[in-house]
Write a protein that binds this ligand. Structure first.
Ligand code: ARG
Length: 567
């Protein structure tokens, strides 16, 4: 039962669409007022009446039956201070919500609205031979969550790791490897060993500028298909991907394509030709650029003075390739806001070329993540590897669990789910554009707005169900406020998923999970479940507990966070 929809159908305001009404209807903080409320302030200008009068008139028109109302669903309508308030029939609300959750199970919250539509998601998009550091956390887990969310809503999500595998740094790496590298050590050390070589190159090149020339020559050799250089390049790539796969496995991250920048190296000529044909290219200090002054942006660089391509050119080739290959409905780029200008520029250039699909490209920008201990620079080598952050979180989780519950079975397993979950949740809980300072203590706080709080709530629910069983049938007893609040919270899950997809904001789901956990815990502490007054109440409460667990599992499944049975 979609109550907001039901209420929307009861209200008729000329000049206001049903969608608008739907979005305005909110859950009042105080349940005494009503279960749903429509604030009427926005209509004052349109109707030239005060919100108080509008609410009063809407109430009267509903009550007078001019608009048919079945008293079974809505039990009371009132107008207070410019709000039109609705109380719903609680038995109905609870029955329809619980039945829906239990019938749909792990599909509760899913839909088929996206059927036939493909959403490309460019995320993680790591740079070969460079550390996978804490800065890559957000793009990886935000993208991973959006990937699951869109699939859940019936879209076909295509996960793309647009590898940074093109540029002079690979020439530098070959130069460094040939001078100082030891095959076995690199093989063993993976990205870290490669990064050390890279750092050493930069230190040494300060005294030996000729190394830079050599690096440029090696990069050219890669481009020209020199066998030895190409083999080394592929080896670096292989080592990097093998290394990051460990992290992707821990975070439950998957990709359908690894077509990175080098894949597009030979697909840019048509773009450059088309730009030239359409008269969009102009020369600027030897380089070829598209002038964007009219749009208040710096020019978009297409070709450098030496004729080599640029990041934006490769991205334009990639976007074009994605359109032809996947015929996307939307193409998302989950990339830090530092690259705002880059995306605005090449989206605009594609638009100027007359690509009508340029409007379907979306830069899903997010803020910076730093550690309390401070950030890093790849060149100097003092980076914080994401793998170390995850492992440290798992270790800390283990220590906490060990202290709280020394007899816990599968402690290592549970610590893994708690630790990894804390890292993911830490990056997903806040609105994505905010900068985050990652703190181990904060993300592992059992009483905070954290994943471990939600996981612990689930363990609590699990233990109740383990003892009491899941009833096959239930009836609705006289309801307590805690029970009603919890059910009302559960009922908002489909909307949270919708909002997360619409705003590219998995935090809606993370917040939902914390909110429902808080409501469950209020219910748990104030209403006896196993020792309930009657068998009817006990059955009902067990059913409610079971439904809560189901919904929290669905929510955490979308975020990529596991839920241990016991904690
Ligand atoms: N590799 C780039 C970086 O680390 C991110 C690539 C994002 N995707 C894209 N299509 N530009 O900055």
């Amino acid at each position: 039962m979609d109550y907001k929809k039901y209420i929307t159908d009861l209200i008729d305001i000329g000049g206001v669409s049903k969608e608008e009404l739907y979005d305005l209807i909110a859950l009042p903080p105080n349940a005494e007022m009503g279960d749903y409320a429509l604030p009427c302030f926005k209509f004052a200008k349109l109707l030239r009446k005060s919100p108080v009068i509008i609410a009063e008139e809407l109430k009267n028109s509903i009550m007078s039956g001019r608009i048919p109302m079945s008293d079974k669903v809505i039990s009371e309508v009132s107008a207070i201070n410019g709000y039109l308030n609705f109380k719903v029939n609680k038995g109905d609300l609870v029955r329809s919500t619980l039945d829906k959750i239990l019938n749909e199970g792990d599909k509760f919250g899913a839909s088929s609205e996206g059927e036939g539509k493909t959403v490309c998601i460019d995320y993680s998009s790591i740079n070969i031979a460079k550390p996978f550091h804490i800065g890559h956390l957000s793009t990886t887990v935000l993208g991973g969550a959006l990937y699951r969310i869109f699939n859940y809503l019936g879209y076909k999500a295509v996960g793309i790791n647009h590898l940074g595998d093109y540029g002079t740094q690979f020439g530098k790496l070959i130069s460094a490897y040939k001078r100082w590298g030891v095959k076995e050590e690199i093989e063993k050390g993976g990205i870290r060993a490669l990064n050390e070589l890279y750092v050493k190159f930069h230190q040494e090149a300060e005294m030996h500028p000729e190394y830079d020339d050599e690096a440029r020559a090696y990069f050219k050799a890669i481009e020209q298909g020199d066998e030895e250089c190409l083999a080394l390049f592929h080896w670096f790539k292989e080592l990097t991907l093998k290394d990051v796969q460990k992290i992707y496995d821990m975070l439950d991250i998957h990709f359908d394509s690894y077509a990175g920048e080098s894949f597009f190296a030979d697909k840019m000529q048509p773009i450059v030709d088309e730009l030239r044909e359409k008269g969009l290219l102009v020369e600027s200090r030897g380089a070829q650029v598209v002038d964007l002054e009219e749009y208040n942006m710096a020019p978009c660089m297409i070709l450098k003075s030496d004729g080599t391509s640029l990041y934006a050119t490769r991205d334009m080739a990639a976007a074009t390739y994605r359109k032809t290959t996947y015929d996307f409905y939307k193409c998302l780029y989950v990339v830090a806001y530092q690259q705002n200008l880059h995306f605005k520029q090449f989206f605009k250039v594609l638009e100027l070329m007359g690509k009508d699909w340029a409007k379907d490209l979306v830069h899903v920008a997010y803020g910076m993540v730093s550690l309390e201990e401070g950030t890093m620079s790849t060149r100097k080598g003092n980076v914080v590897f994401l793998e170390d952050v995850i492992n440290k979180c798992i270790e800390k989780a283990y220590a906490i669990l060990n202290e709280k519950n020394p007899d816990l079975e599968n402690k290592q397993d549970v610590a893994q789910k708690v630790g990894v979950g804390a890292v993911i949740f830490g990056a997903l809980y806040n609105s994505k554009i905010k900068d985050i300072v990652f703190s181990y203590d904060k993300v592992l706080n059992f009483d905070g707005e954290t994943s471990v709080y939600v996981q612990y709530t689930c363990a609590r629910a699990n233990s109740v169900i383990h003892k009491g069983g899941v009833p096959t049938e239930y009836t609705i007893p006289e309801l307590t406020a805690e029970e009603i609040e919890l059910v009302k919270g559960l009922a908002t899950f489909p909307e949270a998923v919708q909002n997360a997809a619409e705003k590219y904001e998995p935090s809606f789901i993370a917040r939902f999970a914390v909110d429902v956990s808080q409501k469950f815990n209020k219910f748990y502490f104030n209403c006896k479940i196993l020792a309930a007054e009657t068998e009817e109440i006990k059955n009902f409460r067990l059913t409610l507990t079971n439904a809560t667990l189901q919904v929290l599992k669905n929510a955490f499944g979308l975020l990529g966070i596991g839920i241990p049975d016991k904690m």
